[in-house]
Design a binder for this molecule. Structure first.
Ligand code: ADP
Ligand code: GLC
Length: 483
């Protein structure tokens, strides 16, 4: 099958969150299976500066409203079967960040990603590629299904191409001022409540949800949750209309990438049968972060700093967590509001709480390896990779029972002494603190803790099953196009 994965981020090139882990892992998994899979990404400055890519010699220009922009196609991997294509347009992608800074999103994001969606299809045209399936991910690529069924309907290379749209996060829909509609190249008949209009504004994700042959999201529970009004971010009605085409496929972890037995960023290697290296990781991490007491339980947090992640529960529990004699390490980047809040708290609780603001792959890995518990009290969580990585690194998750967290963490049963984490349901500091108390209770019993760590580390989160499920969905989408 010829599979095109269109995404705004992918490992190893560029990452701000789990989307990059997933698209990068899927590509590698498909190529392992000898599928003809490839990625298309914007060529951000960070990619250009850090990777050895080559120019394909092809370019195109697109007019959006009154703006005409030129793009040059770059590639990585051997011709004639490059592993990835990159769209170079420095006016749009030659910036320090992907989507914006702590102060807010870039004001021209509508233009940047409408252009990218068109550019993906132009790249197929110019490079003479005829994919069987285009896999679009989140709002940044959501215009592709619509364009495929309208502007590119008669394109010989694309007329039989099927399209799947994956919702990684319904909380980010690409909602813009109505005036940005001019960039879409579509007439006013598309700007209706049944089309891209959303309470008087332009909603780009709607294009994906309306026009993709098949839709999925990244866990079974989240697929169910988003059909309800309270979790649907205003799109639950539309999703209910398409419920027969909406599926849930759980994300996996790419095991070559995430393994404490070989992770070059951590100071001690270990595996489920010999976890001595984990103690070394904790020791080095505590030294690095100046936390007081080496014997206390260590709670790690690695997160985008956004309201999705339940950070207010953590913030409102700091006093209580410290009085429970837990140490906390947090690594995060995102909203300036949270960055300031936690930086101030770190000063107040010096020696008990350490906060690092930034996106640092190596430090994230040292936290996964060196912590005893991983705190992830998300308000909502489509799948979540943090808890999967934590478990793989023998760090027991304490998480809210929502979305993918509910699907991947087996809550500890104190009587049967079974489980791989601690779950709580109510979105309150008290409920989270109670889960932490349960965790600390197990922490004091070395034997029980050891078993829990072993069980967490031996969980199966490989991509194998999920990649098969994606191939199955692709086939379903392809057969719909042929109908
Ligand atoms: P989301 O995609 O909503 O941010 P996930 O749990 O699915 O949440 O994935 C987050 C990914 O990003 C994980 O690989 C996590 O380790 C990584 N990550 C998040 N914040 C940081 C950070 N500040 N520094 C390094 N890695 C981070
Ligand atoms: C999103 C979600 C996260 C999910 C990731 C990859 O960013 O917030 O839960 O794991 O995408 O699918």
């Amino acid at each position: 099958m010829r599979i095109l994965v269109a995404t705004s981020e992918a490992v190893p090139y560029i990452k701000t969150g789990g989307l990059a882990d997933v698209t990068g892992a899927l590509l590698r998994e498909f190529r392992k299976k000898n599928e003809k899979a490839f990625l298309i990404l914007p060529l951000y400055s960070a990619i250009k500066n850090n990777f050895k890519l080559y120019r394909t010699g092809k370019s195109f220009s697109i007019t959006l409203g009154d703006i005409t922009l030129e793009a040059v196609i770059w590639a990585s991997g051997k011709s004639p079967d490059p592993e990835s294509y990159f769209i170079e347009c420095d006016a749009l992608y030659g910036r320090a960040e992907l989507y914006g800074t702590a102060e807010g999103n870039y004001p021209d994001n509508a233009l940047r990603f409408i252009f990218f969606s068109r550019a993906v299809l132009e790249t197929c045209s110019v490079m003479k590629i005829s994919p069987d399936i285009i896999h679009c991910n989140d709002w940044h690529t959501a215009m592709i299904p619509l364009y495929l069924k309208t502007l590119y309907r008669n394109n010989k290379l694309l007329k039989d191409t099927a399209v799947i749209f994956t919702i990684h996060n319904l909380g980010y829909q690409g909602i813009f001022d109505a005036s940005d509609m001019k960039y879409t190249g579509l007439g006013p008949d598309f700007f209706t409540p049944e089309g891209l209009e959303f309470y008087g504004r332009l909603n780009i994700m709607k294009a994906g949800l309306l026009y993709a042959d098949v839709i999925n999201t990244v866990s079974i529970t989240y697929a169910r949750e988003i059909l309800q009004r309270e979790n649907g971010f205003g799109l639950d009605g539309l999703l209910r209309k398409r419920r027969n085409d909406l599926h849930g496929i759980l994300n996996g972890l790419y095991s070559d990438e995430w393994s404490p037995a070989v992770d070059g960023c951590i100071p001690g290697y270990y595996d489920p049968d010999d976890i001595k290296g984990k103690a070394k990781c904790k020791k080095v991490l505590l030294r690095e972060t100046d936390l007081d007491d080496k014997k206390l339980p260590l709670l790690g947090v690695v997160s985008r700093l956004s309201s999705q992640k339940g950070l207010d529960l953590i913030y409102n529990s700091l006093e209580e967590l410290v009085s429970m004699r837990a140490n906390i390490i947090m690594l995060g980047k995102g909203d300036s509001y949270y960055q300031k809040l936690f930086s101030v708290a770190a000063k107040k609780y010096r020696g008990k709480i350490f906060v690092e603001i930034g996106f640092e792959e190596s430090m994230a890995r040292r936290i996964y390896a060196g912590s005893d518990f991983f705190l992830m009290p998300s308000r909502y969580e489509p799948c979540g990779l943090g808890q999967l990585i934590a478990m793989k690194y023998g760090t027991v998750p304490i998480a809210r029972k929502t979305g993918g967290l509910a699907d991947t963490i087996q809550d500890y049963n104190h009587i049967l002494m079974e489980g791989r984490g601690f779950l709580f349901s109510d979105y309150t500091p008290a409920a989270m603190q109670n889960a932490v108390k349960r965790a600390l209770c197990v922490f004091t019993d070395k034997k029980r803790m050891k078993k829990m760590v072993y069980d967490a580390m031996t969980s199966d989160f490989s991509w194998k099953t999920s990649a098969e499920k994606y191939l199955g969905l692709y086939k379903k989408a392809i057969s719909k196009v042929k109908e």
